[in-house]
Design a binder for this molecule. Structure first.
Ligand code: IPE
Ligand code: IPE
Ligand code: MG
Length: 241
């Protein structure tokens, strides 16, 4: 039995397929994803999860058609503006990983900065939106920062390296949930997922709701996390069960 996950990270996948099944444009799937995002934040908040990270846009997603990318930028801006005050009232600290690309429209970059500033002192739940994020890019950024700081090679350790990542206070991910049945990492928080547990519910992201989130937390609690060690000896109670 494992306690509740401190850090849950979701790869919000399947919007396009959700729309295709309804003969709708892909953008309709993205629009429908907003409800799943809000439900998931509420569920994590209620479950006492301290860190929730949502993969919203990868460095590779710039390869999509310009109309889809534009739609996503406008959708993120609308969602940020619509929910900023509620998130703040709920004690959610909002952060964005990435978002430094000059292709991110300046009004969206401003709204993101405003939301981060508004919520910076909240501690109930830290919501990290991985937006224009790439795990490899973050690792390269950390390597550059170490070199810039003049850290000698023999002082580069896992700990000092991690301190140079963007958002170095982010704890390791305990549980990754990737919807839509796809089973891959797609360049998400590569450093932080080293020892994460993984769940691949088949539900498409726009249909993902608090109930699905709770099911993943239940399954997580039944997993045994060993971190390379041997299983803990069974307690008397477990042996006699
Ligand atoms: C995830 O849904 C959303 C983003 C990557 C922005 P997809 O758009 O990847 O949906 P599928 O995988 O095509 O169904
Ligand atoms: C990963 O999903 C990125 C996000 C969910 C934002 P993709 O749908 O872009 O990933 P691939 O292309 O299937 O690996
Ligand atoms: Mg996808």
């Amino acid at each position: 039995m494992t306690g509740p996950p401190r850090h849950v990270a979701c790869v919000m996948d399947g919007n396009g397929r959700w729309a295709a099944r309804r003969a709708l444009p892909r953008t309709a799937g993205h629009a429908a994803a907003e409800a799943a995002v809000i439900d998931t934040i509420e569920a994590a908040h209620a479950a006492g999860v301290e860190w929730l990270s949502l993969y919203a846009f990868s460095t590779e997603n710039w390869r999509r058609p310009a109309t889809e990318v534009d739609f996503l930028m406008r959708l993120v801006r609308r969602t940020v503006r619509k929910h900023a005050l509620t998130l703040h009232a709920r004690g959610v600290r909002c952060r964005f990983l990435g978002a430094a690309d000059p292709r991110v429209p300046p009004p969206l970059a401003r709204d993101i900065a405003d939301l981060m500033e508004l919520t910076r002192d909240n501690r109930r739940l830290t919501l990290t939106v991985a937006f224009d994020h790439g795990g490899r890019r973050d690792i390269v950024a950390a390597a550059r920062a170490l070199i810039r700081d003049g850290v000698p090679a023999e002082q580069v350790t896992e700990e000092s390296f991690a301190r140079h990542l963007p958002h170095p206070d982010m704890p390791d991910v305990d549980l990754v949930i990737r919807t839509s049945g796809e089973q891959r990492i797609s360049n998400f928080l590569l450093w932080q997922v080293a020892y994460a547990e993984w769940m691949f519910p088949r539900v498409l992201w726009p249909d993902f709701r608090a109930g699905h989130f709770w099911e993943c937390l239940d399954a997580y609690r039944r997993r045994e996390r060993r971190f390379g060690a041997v299983p803990a000896p069974a307690t008397t109670e477990e042996r006699t069960r």
